[in-house]
Design a protein around this ligand. Structure first.
Ligand code: F6R
Length: 242
């Protein structure tokens, strides 16, 4: 695992955008795993800027989201399908068919999870997976105590994650209780992973992920087992590192 500590959140976004741009220039049809939440937004905006101002061609990307809420009404602004349409597909110039999100509205959620795994496999697997990290060490919505070998499945969201994500909803009571998420085993199969974290509130989780034991109690620590994992953090998020 490589850890890069950069002065600011803007530097983190620029460095992550460099990694995506380099990957896309090697392979325009890159299969990109994409996170939602606040952490990757600077990266997406920087990539969109390079597309507009520097003619970076992102149009051949195929993207797979990490996760989605269960049971939000279609078109809900906090649904990750909507977030990725707004923050990624539109600004990157991608047709909707190039951005896949697990379908949390299907009656048979287990089948939706299997179909998602199958779609990733049919695309040839994920070349580069972008990740954020929860304050409790989750990646995707793999909450503490998730199996390190888990696959895409239904998970209950922890009280901590529901309260952290309440900021995206009008009413905290509207935050769904369940989600579909790629498993830790699914994430580990990506050929490369890049985790970004910014801010002091992420410092303990980053330290546990990078320097703690590999443990289901800090799901991000599983990245220590990955052959090509990079963690890019600003100085505030690095504050807990030895
Ligand atoms: C979202 C996801 C989550 C977030 C994490 C951090 O798709 O997979 O693991 O990356 O909850 O969220 P933010 O970036 O909002 O602090």
């Amino acid at each position: 695992m490589e850890v890069l500590v950069l002065p600011t959140a803007e530097d983190v976004a620029a460095r992550a955008a460099d990694a995506v741009a380099a990957q896309v220039s090697r392979r325009p049809h890159t299969v990109l795993g994409v996170a939602t939440g606040s952490s990757p937004l600077g990266t997406y905006r920087e990539l969109a800027r390079r597309r507009t101002e520097e003619a970076l061609d992102l149009s051949q990307l195929r993207c797979f989201a990490l996760d989605e809420y269960v049971g939000l009404p279609g078109g809900h602004p906090a649904a990750y399908a909507e977030v990725l349409e707004r923050e990624l597909a539109g600004p990157f110039g991608l047709s909707a068919s190039r951005v896949r999100v697990p379908d949390g509205s299907r009656p048979d959620l287990a089948q939706a999870c299997q179909d998602y795994e199958d779609a990733i496999a049919r695309a040839g697997g994920i070349d580069l997976q972008l990740l954020g990290i929860g304050v409790n060490g989750h990646i995707g919505f793999n909450e503490p105590a998730s199996s390190l070998a888990s696959r895409t499945r239904v998970k209950a969201l922890s009280a901590r994650t529901r309260s952290d994500n309440a900021r995206f909803f009008d009413d905290p009571g509207d935050v769904p209780t369940h989600c579909l998420t790629q498993g830790l085993g699914t994430i580990l199969e990506a050929r490369e992973v890049l985790l970004v974290a910014q801010g002091r509130h992420k410092a303990a989780a980053v330290a546990a992920a990078v320097e703690g034991p590999v443990s289901a109690m800090c799901p991000a620590s599983v990245l220590q087992l990955h052959r090509k994992a990079t963690v890019v953090v600003d100085e505030a998020a690095a504050g807990g590192l030895a």
